[in-house]
Design a protein. Structure first.
Length: 115
């Protein structure tokens, strides 16, 4: 299975791009804090999808999809922290992207589990 053909991978790559652009506006003091954490969490999502897709069986793929879901949950929490600290505004669309990626991850996982 080629991860580059998966919609969930493509959408999570779009999310990474959004997070990088969003965190460019954060205060310089956050360069090694929240900025770095959000970027690493975002990058982890498509990376784990790709790693899982490269593995032998569905069991391993599902394992890496769970890791990607965990990274997405981390990113969601970090996003909420950034909102509370008023580094970003609620209208930036990032939240909608995270919801879409989560739905795709869960749908893909459910599809693989039922095969």
């Amino acid at each position: 299975m080629n991860h580059k053909d998966l919609d969930v991978w493509k959408k999570s790559m779009d999310l990474v791009e959004t997070i990088y652009k969003l965190t460019q506006t954060f205060p310089d003091a956050e360069k090694y804090g929240l900025t770095s954490q959000m970027r690493r969490s975002a990058v982890s999502i498509p990376s784990n999808i790709a790693e899982g897709a490269a593995r032998k069986g569905d069991k391993e793929l599902i394992h890496f999809l769970h890791i990607a879901l965990g990274s997405l949950s981390e990113l969601d929490t970090q996003y909420l922290i950034a909102l509370r600290l008023e580094f970003i505004k609620n209208e930036d669309g990032c939240n909608l992207q995270m919801i879409e990626v989560k739905k795709l991850l869960l749908g893909f996982r459910n599809y693989i589990e039922k095969k």
